[in-house]
Ligand binder design. Structure first.
Ligand SMILES: [Zn+2]
Length: 299
């Protein structure tokens, strides 16, 4: 099961309809919680998400709208008796703030602090790249390794069935039959989260080829001067990022409270997003990972 559960969509200040940030990515058995702002614990209840489903918490930066929900979430995990290890990723320069927030929550879970100070892999398949904001900020990218999908007709034609198929997958070859003869490439799925940033190379790197791209979209195009001053993306810039990246689905979020209606922000993003499907997120939206890129056998 792979889906994004949007827990909050407000930047800076929440509104009557928008909680501060919070994004839970369900990825097979794992649950990655990104940027838990204030109120995240309660939003999880509204979304029907158990605290025990969180296996990893990833902070892009330590501005309050992205991390003030951390103590509540951690305390709740302790109350619920979460026994599995939970890794907490954050920019190293945010150490003091993170330690304070973790300290407020008190002990009770197996929390492992994993600060990062440079681009690279921070866990299996999970990479970070620097963004351009007013404090040290990193975006995240989760990449499934490319694989191959077996084609039943080709297996049958090759006379392979049962345990031989398992052996073929493990060893790449059974007798004269090679795995590539009876399968087609299956591109790994890619998820990217680009929060608080001006347009920058790190954002491009994270977004490249994403099946699902979550991008901040604090300002409308007509407020580009504010976006530049505070180092945020406009709707058009978020759309253009998705377009250049050939992203398949773009989820816009982190809206300024000045836009009670985000319809025109979605339109501005869509105009520059190429073939990406563009959604302006609302709190508690659920977005499934798009179906895999076409891997149907040909010929
Ligand atoms: Zn923010």
């Amino acid at each position: 099961m792979r889906e994004l559960i949007v827990l909050g969509t407000a930047s800076q200040v929440p509104t009557r309809t928008r909680n501060h940030n919070g994004y839970l990515l369900r990825w097979d058995g794992g649950g990655l919680l990104f940027d838990p702002g204030e109120g995240t614990q309660r939003q999880m209840i509204h979304a029907g998400v158990a605290a025990s489903s969180i296996t990893r918490i990833c902070l892009t930066h330590v501005h309050g709208d992205h991390c003030f929900g951390l103590p509540g979430v951690l305390a709740r995990m302790a109350v619920d008796g979460v026994a599995h290890p939970v890794h907490l990723h954050y920019p190293a320069s945010g150490e003091e703030v993170v330690r304070a927030l973790v300290g407020l929550a008190g002990p009770g879970i197996d929390l492992r602090l994993v600060p990062h100070g440079a681009a690279g892999e921070v866990a299996d398949g999970l990479t970070v790249a620097p963004l351009d904001h007013r404090v040290e900020t990193y975006g995240y990218r989760l990449t499934e390794p490319d694989g191959r999908t077996l084609v039943p007709e080709r297996l049958a034609a090759a006379g392979l069935s049962g345990p031989a198929v398992g052996r073929l997958q493990r060893e790449g070859r059974v007798g004269a039959v090679r795995l590539e003869d009876v399968s087609v490439p299956r591109p790994g799925q890619r998820f990217a989260l680009v929060m608080d940033t001006a347009p920058c190379p790190g954002a491009e790197e994270l977004a490249a080829g994403a099946d699902l791209l979550v991008a901040e979209c604090t300002f409308a195009d007509e407020d580009a001067d504010l976006a530049a001053a505070y180092r945020h993306l406009t709707a058009g810039q978020a759309g253009a990022l998705a377009g250049r990246a050939a992203a398949r689905t773009l989820v816009l979020t982190h809206f300024s409270a000045r836009y009670p209606d985000t319809t025109h922000l979605a339109a501005q993003a869509r105009a520059r997003a190429g073939r990406a499907r563009v959604l302006a997120a609302a709190d508690l939206d659920r977005v499934a990972l798009p179906r895999r890129r076409d891997t149907a056998p040909r010929g």
